[in-house]
Design a protein around this ligand. Structure first.
Ligand code: ADP
Length: 442
């Protein structure tokens, strides 16, 4: 500091903060150096001990983090315990209905259990999006591929609800830096919210139009830099003006108990700012609202995207038709899950072999002619990935269906397995989804 100030033309003062070290940490100091008089060689150095201020700042930051963690855990515990409670009650009540032989009541209870499991799955999705573990590698990627993938995932749900969902990708590639899975997750959140808002508006005003338009175009950010602009416009309820300042706060929700976690937009904001972008909301004059995501364009070309496309979700009424009888090897270390899947598949006329580890799955593949391998990824004796890679290499006729609790993270790793995986289903897996997938493989 002294050297630079002593040079001719240097500013009259300089300041900085520094950690003072000797054998032990001495603390922090703020240093202010000023030249005395006009241009002479005399200096005044003021050293201020700011150790306490720094410690206080650190404690506050830590406390704020803990408070957020506490708040999040409380809310997540609530989000998880609510459906669990309903599942337990419905299961016990179904058992009681068995004594009365009331098939309709039992069916209704089990449908409740299925619905509540979906709700749990949604909460887990949010938690995964929040953890960076699921993000894959930061890289330059094609925005249209991530947006298109989210639109494709939401299309069956929109079609089932008679909501038009349109997306026209731009002619030129718009490459941005970041995590394609996270952008996909943000778009899924925005689309789910748009669907909810349209369903809510429709209940009050059934005659309006029901559509979501997703557009993607090159634009300029506020700082003038080129960016990709993603718009999600819906014809839903719109947002109450008093809610606007709170939309992106964690746990802010207007949805009824059990319908919303209030985490979607706060997580989306975190993910988008993590990619140096912005996310904003506004009401549309014509009704409904628009969410706008801007991401700075990358200087690098988009790297090709190797996504294993998950099996499309079956339409809600996709019950008709069974897959022809096959020999199916189910590899999972959770015996209760394996039992249920086995019983279900056997009812559909399939021969089912079960294995609780990678090793016994390999032994079963050697011993019998297997048509389909349905496998978990985490096995007690090692890697589900290894079982899949070996099956793909040694038994290429075997179709592979992966069941995983972390589909976003695992899809990228699975893409590296050469002969490929035929379908990826996420946990908790629905038997109807599994059956539709097997039909697709037959
Ligand atoms: P959640 O969907 O679980 O409530 P979000 O953080 O995704 O949590 O959304 C917070 C709130 O923002 C919603 O409860 C809703 O009131 C409002 N909101 C979000 N998207 C829309 C939309 N497209 N139209 C109207 N309101 C919306």
């Amino acid at each position: 500091m002294m050297d630079s100030l002593a040079r001719a033309g240097a500013p009259a003062s300089a300041s900085g903060e520094s950690r003072l070290r000797r054998a032990a940490d001495l603390g922090f100091a703020r240093l202010v150096l000023s030249r005395m008089g006009d241009g002479g060689d005399a200096f005044l150095l003021v050293v201020e001990d700011i150790t306490e201020a720094r410690q206080l700042e650190e404690t506050l930051r830590h406390t704020a983090k803990l408070a957020l963690l506490g708040e999040m855990s409380a809310s997540l515990a609530h989000e998880i315990s609510q459906p669990l409670n309903v599942i337990r009650l419905a299961a016990e009540s179904a058992l009681l209905s068995l004594d009365d032989g009331d098939a309709a009541a039992i069916r209704a209870k089990f449908e409740t259990i299925g619905g509540q499991s979906d709700r749990l799955r949604e909460t887990i999705d949010y938690m995964q999006a929040f953890s960076r573990r699921d993000a894959g590698e930061r890289r330059s990627f094609d925005t249209a591929a991530a947006v298109g993938s989210a639109v494709a995932l939401m299309a069956p749900q929109c079609a089932g609800l008679d909501i038009a969902l349109a997306f026209a990708p731009p002619a030129a590639t718009l490459a941005v830096n970041g995590y394609p899975r996270q952008l996909e997750q943000v778009l899924i959140n925005l689309l789910r919210n748009a669907v909810d808002a349209i369903v809510e508006r429709r209940a009050a005003h059934p005659n309006g139009s029901d559509r979501i338009d997703v557009t993607l175009a090159a634009d300029r950010a506020r700082d003038g830099r080129p960016c990709a602009l993603i718009d999600v416009a819906d014809t839903g309820t719109g947002i109450r003006p008093e809610d606007m300042p709170h939309l992106f706060e964690p746990f802010f929700t207007r949805k009824t108990e059990g319908q919303g976690t209030g985490l979607g937009l706060s997580i989306s904001l975190g993910l988008i700012t993590g990619m140096s972008g912005r996310i904003e909301a506004e009401n549309r004059d014509a009704g409904g609202c628009r969410f706008r995501v801007t991401l700075p364009l990358s200087d690098l070309p988009a790297e090709p995207d190797a996504i294993v496309v998950p099996a499309p979700a079956p339409a809600p009424d996709a019950r008709s038709g069974e897959a022809p009888p096959m020999t199916i090897l189910v590899a999972d270390d959770e015996p209760l899950a394996t039992q249920e899947i086995k019983a279900f598949l056997e009812r559909g006329g399939h021969r089912v072999i079960t294995a609780a580890s990678g090793r016994s799955a390999r032994a079963a593949l050697e011993a019998a002619h297997v048509d389909v391998l349905v496998t978990d990824l985490s096995m007690p004796d090692g890697d589900g990935f290894q079982l899949i890679a070996e099956t793909a290499a040694e038994y290429p006729h075997v179709a592979i269906v992966v069941v995983t609790g972390q589909p976003l993270r695992d899809r990228e790793a699975l893409a590296e397995i050469e002969s490929g995986v035929d379908a990826v289903l996420r946990k908790p897996v629905s038997l109807r989804e599994l059956s539709a997938t097997l039909r697709g493989l037959a």
